[in-house]
Write a protein that binds this ligand. Structure first.
Ligand code: BES
Ligand code: ZN
Ligand code: ZN
Length: 500
């Protein structure tokens, strides 16, 4: 898909040539001086008249009428160079390539040097462009009967990069593309309805991923869970006609199985709420309740592609949360794999139950560090809205590493407090060790705090993506629906991870 070229020639034939244009201080001086000269100063004139804009994210298309091999010049406004950032560039590229897709171009070239500044080097720009291409052109295929109109996709992108080392640019393009692709896989899983993605389907998907990337894979069946005493995960599945699965993937990038990072993702394929039934408006969309699992699987795909020297165990508890004569009821008391007993006050707080046993299992598999990701609470949406993922931790230094990765991935997270007094609330059952729903107050904290009881002393970060896993606004890096949030954060976090 990507071709890297060092030398640019005006005669080279392209459907379009994408060029970055800074408003300040350069405009058509410096890197773009030759281009403007080739057009005898016309580009500067067009900028003055407003036909080409250097304003942030403005996109101006100029036809060349055969004057250059490129049929069109697509200028991307980059604003003031002093405010230029990697995250802005990724978004600007997203907007640009959406436009190129809408124009049904199969081929384009990009003058990558024009997208660099002191804050963003050529290699970063290469990562940004390939990641943005993958993310921004994503579409969920869906189930409509096919129309006759053939789909036109961007197939070839020639990247002009005046770099010392073309292989480095190629490598960065590959890495960015892997990040984008892995995120898109997560999006597709989340967008898939519950009848088409059962726990069994998710387990099969994980097996295929394992075969492709040589991961060790283990699928625990209901009988295995019974033997292991996974009473919490089993309780969630109790009302279902679909068997539960505990999906385990292991990636070993170090010689020894040590310093293991556990990635645990909530894989509820549909959440009715159970007997604490969701209202009819709140139940629609609950096919996305496996967004945490999707992020973990997406991250594993990226890890499989990039093969960092790290050890990772991914654990996904998967089931739907249904109602039947055998379903879990409020007031029931269950026993988790850890031995801790739980009074179930609300069957709709099922994610924390499933995750409790998954966290315990991850530790049994040697996880020395834990990150759990879950569409866990409506409360996090009330607390932080839909742009920011909520986080909790029991270890500041560990949290810093996740925070750093999220910042770089452009997926903001914000930490909520977790004090002893909060922990006391999840321990406040009169008849069991824990209760799964201590009430509405601060309930995003309560959800995380409950999972923390099972992480115990293992350094742990909890990410609540209930607000961020989906969006109802089309954005520069994707359509409405699933965002694939935390896929890139997790993968980047693993890549960069340093033992505490
Ligand atoms: N899956 C939901 C959380 C959710 C809400 C995800 C909205 C995405 C969008 C979760 O299982 C749930 O129902 N949580 C309850 C917890 C409560 C009963 C303590 C909630 O947030 O209301
Ligand atoms: Zn629920
Ligand atoms: Zn749920």
């Amino acid at each position: 898909m990507f071709k890297v070229e060092k030398e640019f020639d005006f005669a080279n034939k392209h459907e379009s040539l994408v060029i970055g244009l800074f408003d300040k201080p350069t405009k058509f001086s410096e890197k773009l001086a030759d281009l403007d000269k080739f057009f005898e100063g016309q580009l500067t004139e067009l900028e003055k008249s407003g036909d080409i804009s250097a304003k942030k994210k403005a996109i101006s298309v100029i036809h060349t009428f055969g004057k250059t091999g490129a049929k069109r010049l697509i200028f991307v406004g980059l604003g003031n160079e002093t405010n230029f950032s990697f995250e802005f560039l990724r978004q600007a590229f997203g907007r640009t390539f959406k436009k190129i897709k809408d124009a049904k171009l199969r081929e384009t070239a990009i003058f990558l040097d024009s997208f660099t500044a002191e804050t963003v080097e050529l290699q970063d720009a290469a990562h940004a462009v390939s990641e943005a291409i993958a993310l921004s052109t994503y579409q969920f295929e869906g189930y409509k009967q096919k129309s006759n109109e053939p789909e036109v996709n961007l197939e070839t992108i020639t990247v002009y990069a005046n770099a010392a080392d073309e292989d480095e640019i190629r490598a960065s393009l590959m890495v960015g593309y892997a990040y984008g692709k892995g995120t898109n896989s997560a999006r597709t899983l989340v967008n898939t309805p519950g009848n088409k993605l059962t726990a069994t389907d998710m387990a099969n998907y994980a097996k295929e991923l394992a075969a492709k990337y040589n991961f060790e894979v283990e699928i625990l069946e209901k009988e295995d869970m019974i033997k292991l005493g996974m009473g919490a995960l089993l309780a969630v599945n109790q009302g279902s006609a679909e068997p539960p699965k505990l999906i385990v993937l292991k990636y070993q990038g170090k010689d020894e199985w040590k310093d293991v990072i556990g990635l645990v993702g909530k894989g509820i394929t549909f959440d009715t709420g159970g007997y604490s039934l969701k209202p009819k408006d709140g139940i629609v969309g609950m096919k996305t309740d496996m967004g945490g699992a999707a992020a973990v699987l997406g991250a594993m795909e990226i890890i499989g592609e990039l093969k960092p020297e790290k050890n990772v165990v991914a654990v996904i508890p998967s089931t739907d949360n249904m109602i039947s004569g055998s379903a879990l009821k409020p007031d029931d008391v269950i026993t988790s794999m850890s031995g801790k007993t739980i009074e179930v006050l609300n069957t709709d707080a099922e994610g924390r139950l499933a995750l409790a046993d998954a966290v315990t299992y991850a530790k049994h598999q040697g996880a020395d560090y834990l990150v759990d990701v879950a569409t866990l609470t409506g409360g996090v949406i009330i607390a932080l809205g839909t742009e920011t993922t909520g986080a909790l931790t029991n270890n500041e230094a560990f949290f810093e590493q996740v925070l750093e990765a999220s910042y770089e991935a452009g997926e903001p997270i914000w930490r909520l407090p977790l004090f002893e007094r909060d922990k006391e609330r999840v321990r406040s059952s009169k008849i069991a060790d824990l209760n799964n729903s201590p009430g509405r107050e601060g309930h995003a904290i309560m959800g995380g705090a409950f999972i923390g009881e099972f992480a115990e002393d293992t350094p742990w970060v909890h990410l609540d993506i209930a607000g961020t896993a989906t969006t109802n606004k089309e954005h520069d890096l994707g359509p409405t629906g699933a965002t694939g949030v935390m896929t890139r954060t997790l993968a980047l976090f693993v890549e960069r991870f340093e033992t505490l």
